[in-house]
Each structure stands twice: as structure tokens, then as C-alpha cells.
Design a protein around this ligand. Structure first.
Ligand code: ZN
Length: 63
């Protein structure tokens, strides 16, 4: 699995590591400083989904 902080944005820009808070749940990820696209850590999203069953977060996940 490719970790979110080791990938580049689809626009080719280096990603900045960032912590996202969704319903007070901490999710590690990265944000592109150029186009603003966000990439979330798949492991953290899986943990979030475990705690928040029924919420679809797949549209924000790039694995
Ligand atoms: Zn980008």
C-alpha cells in the first residue's frame, strides 16, 4: 500500500502533510499546495469508518 505522505498529487506537485479532523476524529493525510486536492491515510480512514459505520468516505480517499 502506498502511504499518503509518500505520494505526489496527480498534478505532479509535492504534497504537504496535514492532519484532518472529521467529527473530531484525527485522520492523517496530505494536501496539494497547488490544486488543493487532499489525500487521506487509508489506515486512518479505515479506523474512522469502523467508528462511523454507514458514512461513505470513499469519495475522499485515494489508495
Ligand atoms: Zn495537485
Amino acid at each position: 500500500m502506498v502511504m499518503a505522505d509518500e505520494i505526489k498529487c496527480s498534478c505532479g506537485c509535492e504534497l504537504n502533510p496535514k492532519i484532518f479532523y472529521v467529527d473530531e476524529f484525527q485522520i492523517r493525510g496530505s494536501e496539494c499546495p497547488k490544486c488543493g486536492k487532499t489525500y487521506l491515510n487509508g489506515e486512518d480512514v479505515a479506523r474512522y469508518a469502523e467508528n462511523r459505520k454507514g458514512i461513505n468516505v470513499s469519495d475522499r480517499v485515494v489508495c
